[in-house]
Design a protein around this ligand. Sequence first.
Ligand code: ADE
Length: 239
Amino acid sequence: MSTTAQFQASVLTLFPEMFPGPLGASLAGKAATDGLWSLETVDIRDFASDKHRSVDDTPFGGGAGMVMRPDVIDAALHQAHSDGRPLIYLTPRGRLFDQATARTLAKADGVTLLCGRYEGVDQRVIEAWDMDEVSVGDFVLSGGEAAAITVLDAVVRLLPGVMGSADSLTEESFETGILEYPHYTRPEEWNGRTVPEVLRSGHHKNIETWRQDQAETITRARRPDLWGRHVAANTNKKG
Ligand code: ADE
């Protein structure tokens, strides 16, 4: 086995102790142990140049909060970022992260993730490095770290050799364009609730039809946006 991991993630953060966090356990943890990916954390504070090790300052124009300094971020990137890899800045102002982006990133040989804190990062360094600004959802986290962990979790499980069964990848929510059908296991009856008859019938065609029907019903009710796109995509395919 090669000593260099297939996929190398570099995370720039003011809180390196937050990593690997959940990425050190379960599927991602095992994949790292197996050498399928590696994680490097870079402490942004190490790149501060003044005696107070300051990484942020007050915003020009006034207003609340602090802004991360461009010179400090730039120095950290010069050390941590490899040309040709995607460079992502996690921010609620970014485009929404989704399964398609996770798939694209999983094809790269790594990724650099910049975690913001405070009010954010000086706009000039975002532009100078042509960063891809990405958000994990329409809510505000206290910093980009939890978002970076989310992105890496979604990407690592797609790396070759990480997931055992190819089927469980192709059937899950967002890979098919709609949400996944509900699952049941033993016992057959639990607290007066039974497993749907069709799933116990052994009739594979009926099971498939039931699951598809459930997936469509749930998607229509919970995610009309996703359902609309799914219908449009299938109409285009047929038409
Ligand atoms: N930092 C703070 N909130 C965030 C979000 N929703 N997505 C990505 N980074 C963030």
